[in-house]
Design a protein around this ligand. Structure first.
Ligand SMILES: Nc1ncnc2c1ncn2[C@@H]1O[C@H](COP(=O)(O)OP(=O)(O)O)[C@@H](O)[C@H]1O
Ligand SMILES: CC(=O)N[C@@H](CCC(=O)OP(=O)(O)O)C(=O)O
Length: 284
């Protein structure tokens, strides 16, 4: 048995009560671009996703790819900047976002799942009208505000034994595509499905009291704590929209919401299926 499988076997010895909790329930796993830079680790995360499906969890994978979009924009000499954590997306930028997210990153995750023996269907919010949006505001260009998630297409795929792999691109009533922050898309999908859990995988251990000190992890955060920590500036930058998505998911009825470090081997299995808590858990 290789090391990874030995760790998975060890996790499974503790997992029985947790598996019962999740069997037949929806779990939305959000995999951020910052956590998918190592191809071996990425494959290992995909194997963990397949294991969750194997034990009866209805897993939906929502992915980001912000760093890959930025790298491609740079190659094409297209200027890009963020406002409050959202990429200002003009027509040219939108083309690249669609190319990188729905083309490259989405297909590479679906290919990894397939190579591991899984059945995956990669899609973005345009497909089957999965994510309906309107323009958030003119200043941000093609950034979408989500109006509706068409959960039927997800249920049809899950019933067929497929893992839906979703890029955060939406479509408006006129058929225009829009860019969506991937955490926001994951939270809306989790809320629409009344998911048991949403797990956001980034490359940091969770919300930290001091963002330069890995040991200052805040392991549990209530909605009131989140507001307090934002006011005091402890939650800042890219962590603000991430925490907002998590608190919104809790408010909208998602039972267990976590931010974890997707670069820790088997982090998602450890968080969901063992007594050990790794990252930040959000509560009411
Ligand atoms: N309190 C905090 N705890 C952890 N990270 C924080 C905090 N405040 C700000 N950050 C920043 O937020 C970043 C995570 O957001 P982001 O880079 O947008 O994640 P991703 O691309 O994985 O979705 C961290 O790398 C860190 O620099
Ligand atoms: C509107 C907006 O900002 N969209 C994001 C979509 C990708 C994303 O969110 O990727 P990560 O999860 O890897 O950060 C972007 O263009 O970068």
């Amino acid at each position: 048995m290789n090391t990874s499988n030995a760790v998975r076997a060890e996790i499974l010895t503790q997992a029985v009560p947790y598996i019962k909790e999740y069997t037949g329930k929806y779990v939305v796993a959000k995999y951020g671009g910052n956590a998918m830079t190592d191809p071996q680790l990425k494959k290992s995360v995909m194997q963990d996703i397949l294991l969750l499906q194997l034990v009866g969890v209805k897993v939906i994978l929502v992915h980001g790819g912000g760093p890959e979009i930025s790298a491609m924009l740079k190659k094409l000499s297209i200027e890009s900047h963020f406002e409050n954590g959202l990429r200002v997306t003009d027509d040219d930028t939108m083309e690249v976002v669609q190319m990188v997210l729905a083309g490259k990153v989405n297909k590479s995750l679906a290919a990894d799942l397939s190579a591991l023996g899984g059945k995956a269907v990669g899609l973005c919010g345009i497909d089957g009208g999965l994510i309906k949006v309107h323009q958030k505001n003119e200043k941000l260009g093609h950034v979408g505000e989500i109006d509706e998630i068409n959960t039927k297409i997800l249920d049809d795929l899950l019933d067929g034994g497929f893992i839906p792999v979703i890029s955060s691109i939406g479509i408006d009533d006129d058929g225009t595509p829009y860019n969506i922050n991937a955490d926001t898309a994951a939270a809306k999908i989790a809320a629409a499905l009344h998911a048991e859990s949403m797990v956001v995988m980034s490359n940091i251990n969770g919300v930290l009291r001091d963002k330069d000190d890995e040991n200052s992890l805040i392991s549990q955060m209530s909605l009131a704590d989140a507001e307090e920590l934002k006011k005091s500036g402890i939650i800042a930058g890219g962590m603000i929209p991430k925490v907002d998505c998590c608190t919104n998911a809790v408010k909208e009825g998602v039972k267990k919401v976590f931010i974890i470090n997707g670069e820790i081997p088997h982090a998602i299995l450890i968080e969901l299926l063992t007594d050990e808590g790794l990252g930040t858990m959000f509560t009411k």
